[in-house]
Write a protein that binds this ligand. Structure first.
Ligand code: PLP
Ligand code: ZN
Length: 420
């Protein structure tokens, strides 16, 4: 892995294997610090590592949470001495019935609805909180499209930290309540997510003790998504699936799953393999799939209008890196309509008993489209990322599903209603 000269790493922070911050745009390296933009070019910073040697057995003996990969994440070695949500190690299920409907012979679903606040965001927040504590912050904060709000408020509550959560005022009722219940400082902001994000960036400069998990501690936060790539590989018996389909909002999760696969190969934990990464968007917010289709590197911002609100980021920070990743691996980024998203939710529920939020509907519907258009190989091992729970977006399906009939309490009426 990338090694750094010792004089650039002597920061005094214990952030495990993290060695330095490195600019994704120009490659400039700076010591670990509460920074997120390159001092040379203002490009986004990410973590560079100096990994210890590590074995599969050592990982397998670890806790059943993301902390089994602690030696691969930018968190203090003492991370487990503090209360945290212990997310991760969610189930990877074989999805033969869904596979039969989609025409994919070897299909798995990574079911991240099983996290403490029912989305994959618990992973990134857990890493952000651990790093923020080490970096000296005292308040946990975020701008959110919903799931991050839930995860941030809950993690702060469990850690005994104050939190400040900013959401667009149009958010789903369930996501508002599932945040407010943790007694956070929740503010509904007039505007869409991109407005809320701009506001958070401004506040991050003014409030020096506030760690906005996805803004000023973003380099640390983003690495939490690597745990998904590690888990998928470990749960498949230490191999990398040939195809992975991932929903895209800011694009961070997609790039980090690919990063995790690469690290596992470099560390000798899996055999070298080829894999393709696919990005899934909703047509009503499709800046990255549009750029992919048009064959350009420039992601032009859009004004989101889709039921997939957790993916409704019109100006995605990692958009260009998503394009790099899918092009380098031979994947694609596609999008589907809101009706297809609803169908995707219902198809997954009907075939596998997994109730996903709209983002999951986006993944399933895009997988269907990718097979139909010949972009996804139906014979190759494929994993779909289900990143959030359907209970959070009940409004998306409330006009689609319900009782077949209301009947009097007689067996005759039941038989009649069921056509028996
Ligand atoms: C945030 C979110 C995503 C996408 O995450 P990015 O890393 O911003 O692309 C996907 N699914 C759900 C349910 C989310 O909440
Ligand atoms: Zn730079």
């Amino acid at each position: 892995m990338t090694l750094t000269a010792p004089d650039q790493t002597s920061t005094g922070y214990d952030l495990g294997p993290a060695a330095a911050l490195s600019c994704r745009a120009c490659g400039h390296r700076t010591p670990l610090a509460p920074e997120f933009a390159c001092p040379q070019c203002f490009g986004p910073l990410e973590i560079a590592y100096d990994f210890p040697s590590i074995t599969r057995e050592e990982i397998e003996r670890g806790p059943k949470s993301i902390w089994r990969y602690q030696k691969l994440l930018p968190v203090p070695t003492t991370v487990q001495d503090h209360p945290n949500m212990d997310p991760g190690f969610t189930r990877l299920i074989r999805a033969d019935r869904l596979g039969a409907e989609l025409g994919i012979r070897n299909l798995w679903v990574k079911d991240d609805t099983g996290n403490p606040t029912h989305s994959f965001k618990d992973r990134v927040v857990a890493v952000a909180l651990a790093a923020a504590r080490e970096l000296g912050f005292t308040v946990l904060a975020c701008p959110s499209t919903g799931n991050l709000a839930n995860a941030t408020a809950a993690a702060a509550a469990r850690a005994g930290w104050e939190s400040v959560v900013l959401i667009p005022s149009s958010l789903e009722r369930a996501k508002v309540l599932m945040t407010a219940v943790y007694d956070t400082n929740l503010l509904a902001v007039e505007g869409n997510y991109d407005d809320v994000n701009r506001l958070a960036t401004e506040l991050a400069f003014e409030q020096e003790d506030w760690a906005f998990v996805n803004v000023n501690v973003r380099p640390y936060y983003a690495e939490g998504s690597k745990s998904l790539g590690y888990e998928i590989s470990e749960q498949l018996g230490w191999r990398i699936p040939a195809q992975t389909v991932i929903p895209v909002a800011s694009g961070s999760q997609l790039t980090k799953i690919d990063k995790a696969y690469g690290e596992l190969v470099s560390l000798g934990l899996v055999d070298g393999a080829d894999w393709k990464i696919f990005g899934a968007q909703a047509a009503g917010c499709s800046p990255v799939s549009t750029a992919f289709r048009e064959g350009t590197d420039v992601v032009r911002p859009q004004r989101p209008d889709t039921i997939a609100r957790s993916l409704a980021i019109g100006n995605p920070a990692d958009g260009p890196y998503v394009l790099d990743t899918v092009r380098r691996t031979g994947g694609a980024v596609t999008d589907v309509t809101d009706d297809e998203v609803r169908d995707g939710i219902r198809l997954l529920a009907r075939t596998e008993g997994v109730f996903a939020e709209t983002a999951g509907g986006v993944t399933v519907a895009n997988a269907k489209k990718l097979v139909e258009t010949g972009q996804l190989d139906p014979d190759a091992d494929t994993v779909l990322l289900i990143t959030g729970d359907g209970l959070k977006t009940l409004d998306a399906i409330e006009h689609q599903v319900g009782p077949k009939a209301t009947v009097p309490a007689t067996s005759k009426a039941v038989r009649e209603a069921l056509g028996i």
